[in-house]
Design a protein around this ligand. Sequence first.
Ligand SMILES: Nc1ncnc2c1ncn2[C@@H]1O[C@H](COP(=O)(O)OP(=O)(O)OP(=O)(O)O)[C@@H](O)[C@H]1O
Length: 308
Amino acid sequence: MITLEGFGKDYGDFTAVESIDLHIGQGETFGFIGPNGAGKSTTIRFLATLLRASRGRGEIAGADVMEDPIAVRQNVGYMPDNFGVYDGMRVWEFLDFFAVAYRIGRTERRQIIDNVLELLDLTHKRDDFVNGLSRGMKQRLCLAKTLVHDPPVLILDEPASGLDPRARVEVKALLKELRRMGKTILISSHILTELADCCTSIGIIERGKLLLHGPIDQVYQKIRKNRVVEIRFIENQDTGLSVLRSHPGLRSLDVEPISVVAELETDDQGLADLIDQMHEAGVKMKSFHDRDPTLEDVFMTVTKGLVS
Ligand SMILES: Nc1ncnc2c1ncn2[C@@H]1O[C@H](COP(=O)(O)OP(=O)(O)OP(=O)(O)O)[C@@H](O)[C@H]1O
């Protein structure tokens, strides 16, 4: 549904995005992850037909992004990172305004607005003025706006930024609902854990380069050679730390107040051997926990160049 072939963007002499190749299939929820300034919004704005590529091309639902922008806009619901709402408009009027822009007929509009308000849990705000809504409500309204023309593709630039934890959970639940409805979703974030349980695939971008992308389980597998273990010692922590420091696969070691977190390049057998070594050295552990990699771990691993 979304394709990028060699997409790159320069702003004057500065290369914001080098060259991205990416394919996002129908029904996927793709998490586009990267720190501030990585090139996420630049890529997203290109896909939303708002800026021209310096090189390469893109396609959405079969339409070329630069050659057929009208068809692309019909197929895309785009939520920018900085959105505004118009003062002096009520919630339903705001949605009606966008529905008119998409040339949806009057009778159909009413039904669509009711449905979208219901989906976004905004029905009770229907007649409120938009400028009086809380940030979370405005964010939801903006998401509602992206849905009025029932596009198969949603491109959401940091939709949960600035929201409180409860509102973030609601955004995630909504993303899952939209996926169930068959939408193909590209969602960006620099908060990695935000996307962990609602994406089917992820891509990690840094300084205009897509470092790694693929189905979430494959990305996990790729970085699985680096294990993150959390250990809680009862006795002889110093000896335990020496054992860890002499491990040939040690990549990082954090001594935290109640536990020690070590990143090791090893496999299951290697971890079993490490536990034996600890016992032999007289170290007593309360727990030795092989952590599933979080998106933070994925990100740290790839940005350190440990995965190619
Ligand atoms: N119009 C512009 N003119 C010049 N440089 C720009 C312009 N827009 C973006 N940039 C630069 O391009 C780089 C990528 O910016 P972009 O907004 O795509 O990053 P991002 O990953 O979306 O970051 P953030 O999470 O902060 O939104 C940044 O260094 C930014 O300063």
